[in-house]
Write a protein that binds this ligand. Structure first.
Ligand code: G3P
Ligand code: CA
Length: 243
């Protein structure tokens, strides 16, 4: 079993505005193994990287992603809400992140935000881009919408897919297999030692989110989860070095 990977949640989001190229570059510079990011489809079918269904929280402007074109989205400032030093930081396209990841040898966890709003064709659009950048073998697609994961599995059974969940599921490895998913991404309090052990016995990698407290990092490193998704990249790297 390899060492636990450090995945930067929405990029290095404790140090830079989430889901921006600044946050992704900072994560790479800090030596994260990979990036977690959230994707939606624009009105004109582009895949963009943002957490919410609307641009309100991170740009201060009104509008849902699915009602805006890429050109309209690219004019927005997704940096200054975090700090003035990130003024004008745009909402990235998935292509930009794939290009960075391919260049730096990073792993990716792309979360399909197909939940509150359904985006027909999102899975296909993401898969096409993974192939274009040669990133299919270094990416896991996750979602809280498990039908979306089933769609990915039907289209491309070779791609790693992960069920995202918050509830304390009983024997989640059986459920993941039923969905057709190949890994589990549990909310960290539900990633109890026996759950991790059960998943490993069933051959399923476990990557809990979003782990920011040192004692939880330590416990999860100790049970050898495959990756930990965190806002605090350096804290987790230090903890891994000390283990
Ligand atoms: O992928 C794990 C985590 O990012 C899921 O929650 O709300 O941060 O997208 P959220
Ligand atoms: Ca996410």
């Amino acid at each position: 079993m390899g060492q636990t990977k450090v995945l930067a949640h929405r990029g290095y989001s404790s140090q830079a505005p989430e889901n921006t190229m600044a946050a992704f570059r900072l994560a790479a510079e800090a030596d994260a193994d990979g990036l977690e990011l959230d994707v939606h489809l624009t009105k004109d079918g582009e895949v963009v990287v943002i957490h919410d269904e609307t641009v309100k929280r991170t740009t201060g402007k009104k509008g849902r992603i699915r009602d805006l074109t890429l050109e309209e989205i690219r004019r927005l400032d997704a940096g200054s809400w975090f700090s003035e030093s990130f003024n004008g930081e745009p909402i990235p396209t998935l292509d930009e992140v794939l290009s960075l990841a391919a260049d730096k040898g990073l792993w990716l966890n792309i979360e399909l935000k197909n939940n509150k709003i359904r985006y027909p064709g999102l899975e296909q659009a993401v898969l096409e881009r993974l192939d274009r950048y040669g990133m299919a073998g270094r990416t896991v697609l996750s979602s809280f919408n498990h039908y979306s994961l089933r769609t990915v599995h039907e289209l491309r059974p070779d791609i790693d897919t992960a069920i995202l969940y918050m509830a304390d599921l009983v024997e989640p490895w059986h459920y993941a297999r039923h969905v057709g998913a190949s890994s589990i991404h549990p909310y960290w309090p539900t990633a109890r030692d026996e759950v991790v052990r059960g998943c490993h016995k069933a051959g399923l990698p476990v990557r809990p989110f979003t782990v920011n407290r040192q004692e939880e990092m330590r416990r999860l490193l100790h049970v050898s989860v495959e990756a930990i998704i965190t806002d605090y990249v350096t804290r987790l790297l230090d903890e891994r070095n000390a283990t």
